[in-house]
Design a binder for this molecule. Structure first.
Ligand code: F6R
Length: 364
């Protein structure tokens, strides 16, 4: 069943290009997005003054990318919340709120409870989900299926990457329904979305050897930090979660600009730091944070666009193909997934069944 791969996680990482292709199939024209399962009229959309994205774990982190994409393109304020927090804090929602819940399994207890809470308060709920016919999509008002295929490894990879794709498509869709996305920008985004499966393939093909080497430097570490700004920060959160889940190394993600507000105190000689630095609008700022880390002895791996020049401060560099600044989450998470996988292998952990974790969390 593992088709020659040592673990389901590695197999699923390699399946990502195909999963992405399936998730966009039939949904992208040259300049418009079609969701058969969601139909919002301009009038309905106008009535929503806020969007909540609610989920757990990796799905929650996909929602942070979703916030950037929806706010950027559709100009609607988005709040992202962890389902177990949202459901117990009497959230400010009513019929003018659009709620998006995200779940690979479609059975996560807290996410399901959040969906019910939102519907009770009169909100419309869109589910982004992988498992067809599971409880969350059955109860939601609209469903966007991921079509990632069955995900077996506890650590989510192909479901996460297709969640990102779903959010990018949804953000474009919402801005089109609102009538605020101009034709050339929408063509640009859609044609770039179509190129992403191949770019992910390239990253897997080209970076595995370097990442296996890099993993050896992580094997004896106790802590690791992931930094980035904007979408790079959202991806950092997922990178840190993957590393802690399967390699059991304590990993934290920080917005790069937050370093000097606390975590810099932990950067001493030899501490590994992954800097996700694809966002061109803030790259100088991110790289100046890299310098601060280097000055304290941190060992920095940069995830950067190929051809990026301003990187003499990096100890290691993993290049990813250039893409639109808004869409970088999809390619940039791939080296982070591979890094956690190979670090976990080096440390001898049970990659597909990490200790204390279950694939589907159906109890609180
Ligand atoms: C991390 C991971 C978990 C899940 C979380 C939500 O790799 O798999 O954090 O993302 O338990 O699960 P779903 O998406 O099934 O609701």
């Amino acid at each position: 069943e593992k088709s020659g791969f040592d673990h389901f996680m590695l197999k699923e990482i390699h399946e990502q290009p195909e999963a992405l292709r399936r998730s966009i199939a039939g949904r992208l024209n040259e300049d418009t997005i079609h969701f058969n399962e969601v139909s919002l009229t301009a009038k309905e959309l106008e009535s929503y003054n806020k969007i909540y994205i609610v989920a757990c774990g990796t799905a929650y982190y996909s929602g942070i990318v979703g916030k950037y994409a929806i706010e950027n393109l559709a100009r609607i304020p988005v709040e992202v919340d962890v389902a177990s927090e949202f459901r117990y804090r009497d959230p400010l929602i009513d019929e003018n709120t659009l709620v998006i819940v995200v779940s690979q399994s479609g059975e996560t207890a807290d996410t399901l409870a959040a969906l019910r809470e939102a519907q009770d308060k009169g909100a419309r709920v869109i589910a982004i989900c992988n498992t067809v016919g599971s409880t969350i999509p059955r109860e939601a008002d609209d469903v966007i299926y991921l079509h990632a295929g069955p995900e077996i490894a506890v650590a989510s990879t192909k479901a996460y990457i297709t969640m990102l794709m779903a959010f990018y498509m949804l953000a474009i869709y919402l801005s089109q329904v609102k009538g605020i996305l101009n034709l050339s920008r929408s063509q640009e985004l859609i044609s770039e979305l179509k190129r992403l499966p191949e770019k992910v393939e390239q990253i897997i093909d080209n970076s595995v050897d370097a990442i296996k080497e890099l993993a050896k430097d992580y094997v004896d570490q106790n802590d690791a930090f992931f930094i980035g700004r904007s979408i790079d920060y959202a991806v950092s959160l997922e990178g840190a979660l993957k590393l802690k889940e399967i390699s059991y190394i304590h990993a934290e993600a920080y917005p790069a600009g937050e370093l000097k507000h606390g975590p810099l105190a932990l950067i001493v000689d030899g501490v590994p730091v992954v800097a996700v630095a694809t966002q061109q609008s803030v790259i100088d700022k991110t790289l100046s944070n890299v310098k601060e880390v280097k000055a304290r002895g941190g060992v920095v791996t940069g995830i950067v666009f190929e051809g990026e020049e301003v990187i003499e401060d990096l100890d290691y560099k993993i290049e990813i193909p250039k893409t639109d600044e808004l869409l970088t989450a999809i390619p940039s998470v791939v080296p982070l997934q591979l890094l956690s996988y190979y670090v976990a292998i080096e440390r001898g952990s049970d990659v597909d069944q990490p200790r204390n974790l279950a694939k589907s969390v159906t109890v609180e």
